[in-house]
Design a protein. Structure first.
Length: 110
């Protein structure tokens, strides 16, 4: 699996370098928050757009990861509680359970 991951990284780096080389002389105008930047190299614009995308993706991933970790923790606690309840029920004597059931049944009928 690491070979496939390494191959994908190599291909992405080659594409990024090719894009940089072929567009090194390109200049563009950029509008950001009512500010206009003129004669900016295209590779700078692509780089900062990539960095911004990484930061946004990281923030979104972190929030989802934290939410899932909390949910996993909650379900683990619930599972442990249910396991201890099952263990307690297994260890209870059958006669005790029958007596409690009969007492509850008598109280209902009164």
């Amino acid at each position: 699996m690491w070979i496939v991951r390494a191959l994908i990284v190599i291909v992405l780096i080659v594409i990024l370098l090719g894009f940089s080389v072929y567009n090194a002389q390109e200049r563009v105008a950029v509008n950001i928050l009512n500010t206009r930047y003129v004669n900016v190299p295209l590779i700078y614009v692509a780089y900062w757009a990539f960095v911004f995308g990484l930061v946004v993706t990281f923030i979104l991933f972190a929030t989802v990861y934290i939410r899932q970790a909390n949910e996993i923790r909650r379900f683990r606690r619930l599972s442990e509680n249910l396991q201890s309840e099952i263990s307690a029920l297994r260890n209870r004597a059958i006669d005790d359970s029958a007596e409690k059931f009969m007492q509850a049944d008598k109280e209902k009928n009164k």
